[in-house]
Design a protein around this ligand. Structure first.
Ligand code: CTP
Length: 452
């Protein structure tokens, strides 16, 4: 007698659990005696480019459990896990919906592979769209970053870039036509009438005013860095967003990249002991004709790149530094070609280096009492980092996935903040964003003194 129990395994995200999921599990269960269901983690979904999953992993697991169809539920958290599970758990059949036909034929070397008919006309994506109307967004400014934003927004579901604004209406029209947007305008007020949210990608000094007006009219705001030049203005904007119950996010894309989040968590996990030192550098030799080099008031290295370098410093050492000193190399027009900031914290030290006219190694080094983390350039995209120790032979390497130019993570996070319950951001907290405005404020004060 064959006493072998036939085991089936299937995997999925199972977001906003629906009838299609239920049918799939029923069909899979009917193939044998014991059904194992793998549910993906948020991190794995981000890594494989599935953005905008609404339900957290525990809720998705609970929904699968409630069907009573799964004999065992496991978590899927990395690429290449399926063959491991199949062998480890003694699986006979791998089953998955027919939308994946052919994609898992390689698993035939371990078990039988079955593609099950998919339930027509229902999916998590369809539910997400019907539950949350597509967010209509307007881009403020049509400079260098705007086309990149448009390309990346196309990779995120639930958002449509509808319109563009530029005070120079001709530029707005040219941009709108080139990118086939539904509307363009030379009036900011007019733009707000067309959209639910705006992305501010205009010159630094205009951020505060545009953000304020949009928030006052109840629009969500994603604002390029730096959000403002003073703590007072930053506080005022966050308070206004809270009052109007809308999302205000500062667009420091690094903060939302999965690899960067992982690196911060590894740094805080205790593996390198206590973090005592952070050194972050971002430099790009910039042509003299560019705005960063010419704008005497708002150009220069620190205002351009300082948000990136301050980010890991505040994330790892906190926002309450005891002292900061600035050293700069200035161009004849007064802009900073290269700026070093030395921070002293109660528990550590930090160094920020930014350059537009001086090049240095763009790396991030996080020093701890037991080891250190080294992230090579471009660490702000965090495609790789290493954990190193006193023993030079012991190195742990991480190479998180990073898709496109990274803006999609920030955009996806913005959309899910708007659709979700929590208005607060954990990737970049209000406190961190306000603390950055504080450093910018001190830096600008010093610069004004020197320029006098
Ligand atoms: N599935 C199905 N019928 C549907 C939707 C999903 O049989 N109408 C199956 C998928 O083929 C997969 C499993 O359910 O085997 C989990 O799919 P998942 O990707 O979590 O769900 P989708 O609804 O397809 O999600 P999305 O729209 O985000 O791609």
């Amino acid at each position: 007698m064959d006493i072998h129990m036939k085991k089936i395994i299937t995997y999925g995200t199972f977001d906003l659990f629906h009838e299609g999921h239920h049918n799939l599990l029923k069909r899979a269960r009917a193939l044998g005696d014991y059904l194992i269901v793998g549910v993906t983690t948020e991190y794995y979904d981000l890594q494989r480019g599935k953005l905008n999953v609404v339900d957290p992993v525990l809720k998705r697991v609970e929904n699968v459990r409630k069907t009573g169809l799964a004999d065992e539920i496991i978590i899927e958290d990395h690429e290449g896990q399926k063959p491991e599970d199949i062998q480890k758990l003694g699986v006979d059949i791998f089953a998955i919906g027919s939308d994946w036909a052919g994609a898992f034929d390689y698993l035939e070397q371990y078990c039988k592979v079955v593609y099950l008919e998919r339930t027509p006309r229902i999916s998590s994506s369809v539910l997400r769209e019907s539950r949350y109307p597509i967010l209509q967004l307007g881009v403020v400014g049509s400079g260098r970053i705007a086309p990149r934003f448009l390309a990346e927004a196309k990779m995120v579901s639930g958002i449509n870039v509808r319109a563009v604004y530029n005070p120079n209406e001709e530029s707005a029209a040219a941009f709108g036509q080139a990118h086939k947007l539904e509307a363009y305008s030379g009036s900011f007020h007019d733009l707000l009438q067309h959209v639910d949210a705006i992305y501010i990608a205009s010159p630094h000094e205009t951020h505060h005013l545009y953000a304020k007006q949009a928030l006052e009219e109840g629009r969500h705001v994603l604002c390029e860095k730096p959000l403002t030049f003073t703590v007072k203005e930053a506080r005022e904007l966050y308070a206004l967003a809270e009052e109007k119950d809308v999302v205000l996010m500062e667009g420091i894309k690094t903060a939302y990249c999965p690899g960067f989040m992982q690196m911060m968590n590894v740094a805080k996990s205790g593996i390198i002991g206590q973090v005592r030192d952070v050194e972050a550098c971002f430099s790009r030799i910039t042509a003299p004709a560019m705005r960063e080099m010419r704008d005497e008031q708002y150009g220069g290295a620190f205002l351009e790149f300082g948000s990136y370098t301050l980010l890991p410093i505040f994330k790892l050492l906190g926002c309450g530094y005891e002292d900061v000193t600035f050293q700069t190399i200035q161009a004849p027009n007064g802009i900073d070609l290269y700026t070093k900031l030395h921070f002293r914290f109660k528990e550590g030290l930090a160094l920020s280096k930014t350059g537009v006219g001086v090049k240095s190694e763009g790396q991030l080094v996080i020093g701890g009492t037991n080891g250190y983390i080294l992230a090579p350039s471009p660490w702000w995209l965090t495609r790789s980092f290493e954990v190193r120790f006193e023993d030079p032979g012991r190195i742990e390497r991480y190479s998180p996935k990073f898709l496109g130019d990274g803006l999609r993570y920030e955009i996806a996070y913005f959309v899910s903040k708007i659709n979700g319950d929590a208005r607060m951001s954990y990737c970049l907290t209000q406190e961190e964003s306000i603390a950055m405005a504080g450093v910018v404020e001190r830096f600008m004060e010093e610069r004004r003194k020197e320029q006098r």
